[in-house]
Write a protein that binds this ligand. Structure first.
Ligand SMILES: C[S@@+](CC[C@H](N)C(=O)[O-])C[C@H]1O[C@@H](n2cnc3c(N)ncnc32)[C@H](O)[C@@H]1O
Length: 224
């Protein structure tokens, strides 16, 4: 894999967050996100296989294990891939910008909470690459952040190291891409697009009282 420079120390950054990988896996937010099931239903209706890009430790594998739809994951972080393998999740190392698959080789390509980690000049390339390897659709699941929060994420995201108490300012979250940006780019790529708002497992209320939602975005290659 040539270009891991995009996330050279993703796991190191993750470690600064106030949880380790297994705690993260066990959090309500990660596990009981009902929108994951909604995505699995969309994937099962679309074909026989799915590529989960930025699969992490492969939390979504449980929707496909032993079923008719083949699941395969790709992630840029070696320690996540190692942990996924330990849990029997079929996956490999790989970067969303250079997916090692032929055009149209996956009925569905899916990513959850991946785009938010990509710099503004890279998320469009990432989407283009996922559209390239998809036959039917690309489905993304991300929080539906507002601009104000994007600023907060990019400029002020700070984490406390549980052991040392040290506060670290990181650029762990790069950006969040709202509905308008998603639709505009989809049109440029010549694919159909549909955005569905979904509830977040732990809804976050902004200062103005608005409860933030998540969004499933479906990019269709065969028109809808
Ligand atoms: C918030 S985690 C989400 C993991 C998983 N999708 C889930 O929902 O449980 C983001 C994941 O994206 C991966 N990632 C970050 N940059 C990537 C890249 N350029 N290519 C592939 N994976 C990447 C990280 O290693 C991490 O596992």
């Amino acid at each position: 894999m040539s270009d891991v420079s995009l996330a050279p120390d993703y796991f190191g950054q993750w470690q600064v967050l106030p949880c380790n990988v297994s705690e993260w896996q066990a959090t309500t937010r990660q596990l009981s996100y009902v929108a994951r099931e909604d995505v699995a239903a969309l994937v099962k209706a679309a074909g026989k296989n799915v590529l989960d890009v930025g699969c992490g430790i492969g939390l979504d594998y449980r929707y496909y294990k032993g079923g008719d739809v083949e699941y395969y994951g790709v992630d840029v972080t070696p320690k996540f891939v190692e942990e996924a393998h330990r849990q029997g999740v079929p996956c490999q190392l790989g970067n969303v910008l250079h997916l090692p698959f032929a055009d149209g080789s996956w009925d569905s390509v899916y990513c959850k909470d991946l785009l938010i980690h990509l710099p503004p000049d890279k998320w469009r390339d990432a989407l283009r690459e996922m559209v390239r390897v998809a036959r039917v659709q690309v489905v993304t699941l991300e929080d539906n952040w507002e601009d104000e929060t994007v600023y907060m994420l990019r400029e002020k995201s700070a984490c406390v190291n549980k052991e040392t108490g040290e506060v670290t300012h990181i650029r762990f979250f790069h950006n969040a891409y709202g509905k308008t940006a998603m639709i505009t780019h989809a049109l440029r790529l010549g694919v159909g697009v549909k955005v569905i708002h979904v509830d977040l497992p732990n809804p976050i209320k902004s200062a103005d009282g608005v409860i933030r939602t998540g969004q499933i975005t479906i990019y269709t290659k065969e028109g809808e």
